[in-house]
Structures are given as structure tokens and as C-alpha cells.
Design a protein around this ligand. Structure first.
Ligand SMILES: [Zn+2]
Length: 260
């Protein structure tokens, strides 16, 4: 049964702040661990020094945790960049530099924070944000459709729990694997090692095209879906894993460039 009870629908609507956790805690830790394992020794030393004893994995979720705090209230919409459905390739790619005025500020925030970090690599908050937002950038429901708030208004039942399409990608698929973050990072680094070169050669435009195509595939799949969660997981888990791994590799590339 995919449709959820109407009263529950209203309850879910009243909690919009749950909508942008992105990969969830495990996913962001996996991204950070993959990145850390792919840093140069020099970059690793420098980043360890800037972040202090807690380190990169611990701080990978900091940007989500401070969203309800008052220190960076403007960061609420840095975690997503939603798009209209059916964008042409040229319009889609233009958003990388001509930032959209609605649907979030992920691209603008990421570019500004990276520029800050290049100016001052010891800017600890900029580094913590970049570690987190690189993960969000690769979460396909964080570049999803504007009219349903990135899948947050696409309600469904996920293994007998009320969910939405956005949340399935934030944590539903990851948690169904039952891996810890360190087990998952190790598995991905072994399993997807042959993808490292492919990922490192992709341009920003290639990555955005890839993400947007995946987002559209998710919506198409959902519209034809019979509600079988196992089938959903079998179909999309390998794609989710590629996104996590790619996110870690691209984060390592960026940090090696700044700190290496
Ligand atoms: Zn986030």
C-alpha cells in the first residue's frame, strides 16, 4: 500500500525542516571516509590540524546539525538545488554559473565556500561546510524537482513506514544495507576502484548531467512502481553507491587541490 493516511500527510507537512538532511548521518560519514582515504599525506595532515581531534568523519554532519542553531541561519537552503522537470541541457548547465533564484542555494554556497577556503585554508567552518555540501551535491534528490520540494512531497510507504521519495534517498536505501559507515566506505573503495579514474575525469557539467538524469530516472521509476521496496532497493542501491563513492572522490580531489 503506497498511499498514506490523510491525517498523517498533514502531520508530515507540518515538519518541513526534516526535508533536507541529505544523505543522513551514515551517508555523509561514508563520503568523508572515502575522501580521507584518498587525500595526499600533506592534505591529510593539514586537514587534521584545521579540524582538530574529532576529524573529518565527525564533522561531515556538522552542517546539518547547526541548521537549527543561530550561527548560520542563512545556511538552511545551502543543502539543495532543486530544478524544474524537463530542463534542456543548456539551461541545466547554465545553472552552474548563473545560479537559480529559486529552489535552494547549493551551487552558490559551494562556490563561495570553496573560494573562502582557497583564500584561507584554515577557515574551519568553511571546511566543515564544504565536506558536507559535497555530499549533498551528489544526492540526486537534492537536485530534484522544484514543484514537489525535491521529492519531499512524494509520499510513499518504505518497508511499512511512512516516508517520502526524498527520504528514501537520504537514508532509506543506505540503512537497508545495514553497513556501518566504515564498513561501507571500505566496501565501496574495493568495489568501485575501477570508477575512480572515470569520476576524476568528469567535468562539473558531466556530473550535473549525470545527477539530473538519475533524478529523472528515479521519478520515472516511481511513477511505474508497484510499491515493492525490495525491488526499489535492488534497482537503485548500486546507483546510490556510485553517488556516495563519487562524492568522496570529488571531495578528495578538491581538498588535495587546496591542501595538497
Ligand atoms: Zn545537508
Amino acid at each position: 500500500m503506497r498511499k498514506i493516511h490523510f491525517s498523517l500527510f498533514l502531520v508530515l507537512l507540518s515538519f518541513p525542516s526534516q526535508q533536507i538532511l541529505a544523505w543522513g548521518k551514515i551517508g555523509h560519514r561514508v563520503v568523508a571516509q572515502v575522501a580521507y582515504d584518498n587525500l595526499t599525506p600533506r592534505a591529510r595532515r593539514h586537514i587534521d590540524k584545521v579540524l582538530g581531534p574529532h576529524g573529518i568523519v565527525y564533522y561531515s554532519n556538522w552542517a546539518d546539525e547547526i541548521k537549527s542553531d543561530t550561527i548560520y541561519p542563512q545556511s538552511y537552503d545551502w543543502h539543495f538545488q532543486d530544478f524544474d522537470a524537463g530542463l534542456s541541457d543548456s539551461v541545466l548547465i547554465a545553472t552552474l554559473t548563473d545560479y537559480p533564484k529559486v529552489g535552494g542555494n547549493l551551487f552558490r554556497a559551494m562556490d563561495s565556500l570553496v573560494a573562502l577556503l582557497r583564500q584561507d585554508p584554515s577557515n574551519v567552518d568553511a571546511l566543515r561546510f564544504v565536506i558536507h555540501l559535497m555530499g549533498d551535491r551528489f544526492c540526486p534528490m537534492h537536485t530534484a524537482h522544484l514543484d514537489d520540494l525535491g521529492g519531499n512531497r512524494v509520499y510513499l510507504e518504505w518497508f511499512s513506514q511512512p516516508y517520502n521519495l526524498h527520504r528514501v534517498w537520504d537514508d532509506g536505501l543506505i540503512e537497508a544495507t545495514r553497513y556501518s559507515y566504515s564498513e561501507y566506505a571500505e566496501y565501496l573503495e574495493n568495489h568501485l576502484a575501477d570508477q575512480k579514474k572515470v569520476i576524476s575525469r568528469m567535468s562539473e557539467a558531466d556530473l550535473l548531467r549525470h545527477n539530473y538524469a538519475l533524478t529523472n530516472e528515479i521519478y520515472d521509476y516511481y511513477h511505474a512502481w508497484d510499491g515493492n521496496c525490495w525491488h526499489f532497493a535492488y534497482h537503485f542501491t548500486p546507483k546510490m553507491e556510485w553517488q556516495l563513492y563519487a562524492s568522496g572522490i570529488r571531495l578528495a580531489m578538491l581538498l588535495n587541490e587546496i591542501y595538497g
